[in-house]
Design a protein. Sequence first.
Length: 111
Amino acid sequence: MFKPQISSLQECSYLVLKKTHVILGCEPTGHYWFNLAYYARAKEIPFVVVNPMYVKKAKELDDNSPAKTDTKDAYVIAQMIKDGRYAVPSLQEGVYAELREDLKIRDQLVQ
């Protein structure tokens, strides 16, 4: 597993660029996946997401256990991507990204 640091992302992109066909994917829980998605786009690495609900169901089907471990999650996510059960996220850029951020700040101020 890679630590969430720039040096780890650079190491990951170095390993990915050595391969001929790679798709980088994750389970988009929270906001943390956005940094990885934008980094992958900047490095021209295909990036996809897998629905967290489908990951949970697939884990239960594999071994009849809903136990959650990072290793198990990574295996299930990789299997789903290999099978083509993923979505390509729509990442905002420029003024649209700024509008999204402004709306988020506005909602926090209104509450």
